[in-house]
Design a protein around this ligand. Structure first.
Ligand code: NDP
Length: 272
């Protein structure tokens, strides 16, 4: 029987996950069905139960349910526990395992696809929402010289940094505290592009040869990409690679086989 998987979200019609997982399944010869499920904002747990009842083997979880998925899981992986959020569920006979593949997705995109090492680098993470929370632990695991989290609502940046203080050299601040500082990697994990803006970064923030990475993908030029290029950033990339790599990690958890993301990236670009 064909194994069933899905992604839960609200809204969900924009999700590229069904295309990605269908491509992974074709590439690896796995017989799976993967669909998008619009769960009511107050009905996530019921939607999961219904999917398990129809034989669902696993699921991805996106906005706004990542925290609820964290609560619902009966067992959490270490990286899900660190992130405080779950984006991948595995339905075993007697348990619901919650994992978080966002962090490893970002790391694989930066270190393997872009061949940009993190060890010893000065990293600036913009934003302190769910996406940032998922990547702080994995970033610190790569032993950067420092990790600075800057956020519009400063207490959120500070409390996120405090939460991870025992893991590595991380501090939280406001954007006005960045003046005069220089970074090798600047990751924009804010949703500011949605309103056509960017966090107020000072000039001179990019070290020579630095990497600017925008987690939000598929928006063309944004104020952040324009600013980074004008400031002479060495490499600019956006989050399609992260999206694919976190999906590949979920696929690996479910099927025990790791798909190749490069051909699927090409497929998505031709469909864009
Ligand atoms: P959240 O809503 O949890 O957090 C949003 C963050 O953006 C907050 O830190 C918020 O600051 C900040 N922000 C919003 N508007 C502005 C603005 N105008 N100026 C400055 N800061 C702003 O969202 P997520 O963390 O879940 O997602 C963030 C982005 O990352 C989204 O665009 C999402 O699409 C993308 N993403 C990409 C992934 C990928 O695979 N490529 C995976 C996960 C997320 P404040 O705290 O002050 O409100």
């Amino acid at each position: 029987m064909t194994d069933k998987y899905c992604v839960f979200g609200n809204p969900i019609s924009h999700s590229k996950s069904p295309i990605i997982h269908a491509a992974f399944a074709r590439q690896t010869g796995q017989d799976i069905e993967y669909r998008a499920i619009l769960a009511p904002t107050d009905g996530f747990a019921d939607a999961v139960d219904a999917f398990i009842a129809e034989g669902g083997k696993g699921a991805n979880v996106t906005l706004p349910f990542k925290q609820e998925a964290f609560q619902l899981a009966t067992r959490l992986t270490l990286r899900a526990e660190q992130a405080g959020a779950v984006n991948t569920l595995v339905f075993n006979d007697n348990e619901v395992v919650g994992d978080n593949t966002d962090g490893v997705g970002l790391l694989r995109d930066i270190m393997i696809n872009l061949r940009y090492p993190i060890k010893g680098k000065r990293v600036l993470l913009l934003g302190a929402g769910g996406a940032s929370r998922g990547v702080v632990g994995p970033l610190l695991g790569e032993l950067p010289e420092s990790l600075t989290i800057a956020n519009r609502t400063v207490p959120r940046a500070r409390s996120l940094a405090e939460h991870f203080a025992s893991v590595g050299p991380v501090t939280g601040c406001g954007y006005d505290e960045l003046a005069g500082r220089v970074f090798d990697i600047v990751i924009n994990a804010t949703s500011a592009s949605l309103s056509g803006t960017m966090p107020p970064l000072p000039e001179g923030i990019f070290a020579p040869g630095s990497l600017a990475y925008k987690m939000m993908y598929g928006m063309g030029d944004t104020p952040f990409s324009t600013f980074a290029r004008a400031q002479g950033v060495g490499l600019f990339s956006e989050g399609l690679g992260m999206l694919l790599e976190q999906a590949a990690e979920s696929f690996f958890l479910w099927r025990g086989i790791r798909p190749n993301c490069a051909p699927v990236a090409e497929l998505l670009q031709t469909k864009a």
